[in-house]
Write a protein that binds this ligand. Sequence first.
Ligand code: AP5
Ligand code: MG
Length: 187
Amino acid sequence: MKYYILFGPPGAGKGTQAGAMAEKFNLKHISTGELLRGEIAAGTPLGLQAKALIDAGNLVPDEVVEGMIEDKFNTIKGVDGFLLDGFPRTEAQAVALDEILERRGEKLTGVVSIMIPDGMIMERIRHRAEIEGRADDARDEIILNRISTYHAKTEPLIAFYKASGRYREVDGTGTIEEVRERIFEIM
Ligand code: AP5
Ligand code: MG
């Protein structure tokens, strides 16, 4: 099985690119953000717990998303691998992912990282806010908190994965098609 991480700051284009990547390589796309929004929409206890954190642009507890990922690995069949979008997002989650994979006798295939400058994050998310209505896109201060949370907690993972030799970065600026071609080239 292949295990890819689709890495990048908020608004980099992870969700946008994931569909084509999953289709081309027969991967199951797993977005922890989408799973959490699903829990909120369904009004589950987990959703109720997560809502305030997500709406403020803060991370949910590591154990919550780690459990979700392992559950998906255990239950999804009929694919050649997984494309993890928005997970891991902390060093603890990265260590947990290694442990989950080890229990399965598997290894991380690679990290595909989409990079855009902070200024472009704001622009893209403001644009998406008009279309999708995500609560955490609604106000600039929440977007700014997501950007600073990314720099503080998630960006250190770049060094973590570079050290493993499995990290590849693509320029996330340009058209959606241009970015997709860059991704396919490195995959
Ligand atoms: P999550 O849903 O993962 O949000 P995010 O990381 O902030 O990323 P986004 O979904 O905002 O960006 P994206 O890269 O998918 O961009 P998109 O393709 O939509 O997480 C939400 C929250 O859930 C977190 O804040 C946290 O609270 C919680 N959470 C999730 N995972 C967690 C974890 N592991 N641990 C703890 N908490 C967790 O693109 C953005 C816009 O740009 C779109 O409008 C798109 O059309 C446009 N666009 C994309 N590419 C281009 C392009 N090349 N040119 C022009 N426009 C483009
Ligand atoms: Mg997304």
